[in-house]
Design a protein around this ligand. Sequence first.
Ligand code: MG
Length: 366
Amino acid sequence: EVPPPMRITGIATGEIQIPLARPFKTALRTVERVEDIVVRVTAENGMVGYGEAPPTAVITGDTKGSVLSAIHQHIAPAITSMDILCLDEVIERMAGSIKGNTSAKAAVDMALYDLWAKVMGKPLYQLLGGYRDTIETDLTISVNPVPQMVADSLAAVQDGYRVLKVKVGKEGMADIPRIAAIREAVGPDIRIRVDANQGWTVKDAIRVITAMEDKGLGIQLVEQPVPAHDLEGMAKITQKVYTPILADESVFSPLDALEIIRRGAADLINIKLMKTGGIHEALKICAVASLYGVECMMGCMLESKLAVSAAAHLCAAKGIVTRADLDGPSLCSIDPYEGGPEYSGALIQMNELPGIGITGVPCNFS
Ligand code: MG
């Protein structure tokens, strides 16, 4: 017997603001607080699903105004009264309702997956594949004067982090002593990832990465050394150095991932829900990457626990996602939500709560 339909009756948005524990600095920007849009999708039986999106204009082009307008003017009218049990159809309708706008789509997509899994009565990660139930995340070390970065790295290790993601890319060759100082301070057992956020030239990248290799700094991977569009440059770097290169800003969609893989323009891919437009498209990247045996990292923007937990569910579901950069909640000064996976230092523990698991969201929805 086919289950009766479960109609979507409402899509509302709210805003959440959470001060960061300390400013977040990359080669592109400095941020002091999370200021995100929260989405609530309601079904006819009263069940709700939650999603969240940070309007990260410098990376995705999405602003608060564009996210709200995409959701209220385009997405909501397209999917209201559809059956949440026909999840693929709902998401395809959403995708067709407006081009681009990946952050708005990601927020609604994760709310839809949350609601769908709650109706199914299962944690989302189990429905998507259930590969693991514990995730170890790295912690981001912001770009700062070297002594500050060393102190931040030591504090992270003290807090139990065994993987650091160090932001560089502002100074080319001067990034080498920066990483060397951190490696000397934390010792050989801590894994170090380096994220240049598009900040190097191709020549810089090859020089810096080769020098780090020659110095034996033991870098696990280098993320997005050159501008997103320069796939030729990415490929050149990937061929010239031994250190694995991870594509972040170069890969938004599943087609981007396929292009990167076929050109040999990276060794690894960073999946973020705000780039793909949600879990539905992210699953396609996982499928493409699995076909080629290209391991993925699950990342996040400056998102709070709601959106990061959606990413954690996907990360837990798929074996091809072998690395996690899901430190958004750790960077926030408070956790305003109830429920969800449990975050304790570097470890994210999945649990039996249905859907994404967030049960309390302190927002005024309208
Ligand atoms: Mg990155």
